[in-house]
Design a protein around this ligand. Sequence first.
Ligand code: ME8
Length: 652
Amino acid sequence: MASDTQGTGSFYITTPIYYVNDRPHIGHSYCTIAADTLARYHRLRGASVLLATGTDEHGQKIARAAAERGMSPQAFTDEIVEHFKLMWERLHISHDRFIRTSEAGHCHAVQVVFEKLKANGDIYLGEYEGWYCVPCETYFPEAELVEGKCPDCGRPAEQITQPAYFFRTSKYTDRLLRYIEEHPHFLLPEFRCNEVLAFLESGLRDACVSRARTNWDIPVLSDDTQSIYVWFDALINYLTVAGYPDDTAKLDTWWPPQVQLVGKDILPRFHATLWPAMLMALELPLPETIFGHGWWVTDTGEKISKSKGAIIDPYDEIRTLVSISGCTTAVAVDAMRYFLLREVTFGLDGSYSTEALLARFNADLANDLGNLLNRTLPLVERYLEGQVPEPGPGAGGLAEQIAAARSQTETALEALDFRTALEAIWTLIAATNKFIDTREPWRLHKEGKRVELAAVLYDVLDCLRVAAILINPVMPMVSQEIWSQLGLEEQEPAWEDCEAGRLVAGTTIARGEPLFPRIDLQRAQQRLLVAQQAEAGAEQEGSAQMISFEQFQKMDLRTGRVLEVEQVPGTDRLYKMTVDIGEQQPRQMVAGLAQHFSPDELIDRMVVVVANLEPATIRGVESNGMILAAGEEVPLALVTLDRDCEPGQKVR
Ligand code: ME8
């Protein structure tokens, strides 16, 4: 369970540090929004919070990406880092620290850890023989490859043999197993913990933690032939942020982290094994909870990741929401934050679609929360001169619902179950809407029941106030907006005020524009469709010069022997040719070679033929394939073969 600081302690929470080989997408944003939500929750409860995120900048993958752009790795990472910083600003991420692994202080920390473990024998020199996946920056034993390919990303792994340093992960297997069993909240969710246990029970192999010296990794201080493996370097960022190794006072305050959020992809191999083993070797306490969240895929089931290309930019989605609904950007950002945390149970995979975002916007935000605010404030203006009334003797009708929503939200957030937390808050919102329906304040007004009317509207406003606090960690801007519409601008929201009856009578409300304009879903869907079609068209145009490997593979190129050549009657340019391409019958083809090649130059020549070109009738003669020749306007040279081979061979 994520430690409950009860407003007194410190709360250190981390996200993974993201690779900078490309721009941030919805997957990174998901994890960072979840971390931000917990950070905001604990701040509201009065804890001192350290929310850290950042970028993982070393390694061959980054060096290659930089080289492809003709840039130095430093210049390249400097540029990409800005995309991450901008994205976090746009998504209202309240990080206290953005760490880059290229910072001098971090390089120092990594070198200190390495030398320390080398000195105590936990790091030793050996020989690495095996397979390495460059895009994943991961070493694999042969047995783990899938048909010679990386088991994670499916791309070919490279075989390498080199002297390298190893970390004695194996030595810590049993201790780690025991630790996990004794600390049920160490690895969450539970089903992922079981996966890790299974992984551990097969025994840990020592981890290779260095490679031949490169110019874009942290050098091993005591051996100038070696650089430190990027994962070893990256994991230490969590220590650097907390002041390791020199700022011991800071380290005392912040170490260990209460919560470390990571994607399920980097849990078993790194955060649940290598990382705790490194901490054990350093004799440092382990994090309280490491949570492996699930994966977002597109609604066509494609993984959303930088290395695979199917990228969803959350800010593009936010802009779409603004243009379709007419809400403000700040509200749309919060709607996206809400959607990501509400749509899927944290820990499980989810499929992303704009339609689902719009549907949630309408159902939960416009119809439930927005409607509650929009129907209540005008009643207060109309019947109560825009002032919060006295609670009155009949008040407190929603006190139980408020208490339940608060305690359920707390329990759920402590367990990192954002979805259940939001469901609890929405139960309160629904109950309040229903309360209005059944108490009918308009009727009370008509019947002149002023005290009762005041009591009902007080309860509703009080619930809105509590809801604004409860949603604050997930939707800080919307919370603030509701807060000021309730006239509470002068007051700081605090978690402890999630209690019925704390709204001060006499407060003047300040009704504003509706926050969540309702979307016409049918029209929106049509707009999305048109936009998608336009995008697909643009993509097609843009890629006219390029074909994918799959497209290339669709071409059936084969060797052929020219058997017969004769002029197509009535033309200067065309030959009717028969070509043996290894099939039972030779093929007939029409080719524009007549002005540049005599029949004798062609007969018996080996040529290359496109065998699966659609049949065509040219000047009345059927043509079943095309003979390749060089030359843009006129055929200058035939594509022939430099060695003898049989007709019908595949050309690739
Ligand atoms: O692994 N759905 O960095 P990375 C949900 N640098 N979350 C996703 C996601 C998706 N489709 N795609 C990415 C690295 N993520 C290392 C980490 S930490 C010491 C080093 C999130 O840029 C998810 O949290 O590949 C995942 O763990 C993280 O981004 C990996 O980002």
